[in-house]
Ligand binder design. Structure first.
Ligand code: NI
Length: 131
C-alpha cells in the first residue's frame, strides 16, 4: 500500500478516549482506526454522481420534527425505497430509511434531515455502489 504520513492535531480528551479504547480492545494499529473513520466521513460527505444504496438512520423528537420530516421524505419519494419506524419512548422516534440515488442526492438529503429542528441525529451509511 502506498502511504503518506500526516501530522494532525486532536483535543487531548479525544486522544485519551482513543487510547483507552485501543487498550481495552487490544488494538495496536491507530492508523487503521483513522483510515476507517476517514472512509466513513468521506462516504457520508463526498458528493459525486455514483449511484449508491444506503441507509439513513434518524433519531428525532416526534412533536418537534414530524411535519418537516415527513414533508422532506415526500420531496425525496423517488429516492426512498422503504422506511422502518420505531417508537423509542413517549417523544423520540427512530427511522431507518433505505435509500437509492446518487451520492450527492443522498448526502444532501441527509444534510437536510439533520438540519430539521428536533432531529437529534442523522447518519448516512453507504452500503453499496452500483457500477
Ligand atoms: Ni414514533
Amino acid at each position: 500500500m502506498n502511504v503518506e504520513k500526516l501530522s494532525v492535531s486532536l483535543p487531548k480528551e479525544l486522544v485519551q478516549e482513543l487510547n483507552k479504547f485501543m487498550e481495552e480492545n487490544a488494538i495496536g494499529d491507530r492508523s487503521k482506526i483513522f483510515q476507517i473513520a476517514l472512509r466513513n466521513f468521506l462516504d457520508e460527505n463526498e458528493k459525486d454522481d455514483t449511484v449508491v444504496y444506503g441507509i439513513i438512520n434518524v433519531v428525532y423528537d416526534e412533536h418537534e420534527a414530524s411535519r418537516m420530516f415527513l414533508e422532506l421524505q415526500h420531496e425525496y419519494l423517488d429516492r426512498i425505497i422503504s422506511t422502518m419506524h420505531l417508537h423509542l419512548n413517549e417523544r423520540d422516534c427512530m427511522e431507518a430509511i433505505a435509500v437509492r440515488g446518487t451520492r450527492s442526492e443522498l448526502v444532501n438529503l441527509n444534510s437536510k434531515l439533520s438540519q430539521i429542528r428536533g432531529v437529534k441525529k442523522s447518519r448516512l451509511l453507504i452500503s453499496y455502489e452500483v457500477r
